[in-house]
Design a protein around this ligand. Sequence first.
Ligand code: HEM
Length: 123
Amino acid sequence: MDATRYALLIAHFIGLAAILGPFLEQWRSDVKRITQTMVWGARAQLITGLLLVGVAEMNDYDVDHVKIAVKLGVAIAVAGLAEVGAKRTKSLTSDEPAGKVTTFWWLVGALTVVNIAVAVAWR
Ligand code: HEM
């Protein structure tokens, strides 16, 4: 069961990288986009996170349900914002304001960092 937990935790970190990698890559771009990699990263965080909770429960590890509820709420917001932001990214044209997706880009990146802070600092 430890091997399953490690595999899921590694996938959880890859999902995190898939969100923050493209986010940071665009830091200095004038036009921000929500890429498909970010969308799949956000989806992966929800799936791997819930599976990690399942594995923890099966092993009788102590799971802090309030912490998990907060992480789940933030992760749902990240995934929802990524989905909508990606749709808006697809409809971006050269004559549209550059800021159209910027708010989504900011919120996805910032809320992901919030979830990292919750993951590591909430003990
Ligand atoms: C954007 C979304 C998310 C981010 C950025 C994120 C980030 C992280 C990070 C950095 C860790 C490692 C913490 C450490 O080992 O000290 C972690 C662990 C964990 N996360 Fe997430 N997480 C997200 C979503 C979720 C969701 C939605 C759930 C469950 C509903 C979840 C459940 C867990 C669990 C159970 C662990 C502990 C794994 C273990 O040590 O066995 N995460 N998360």
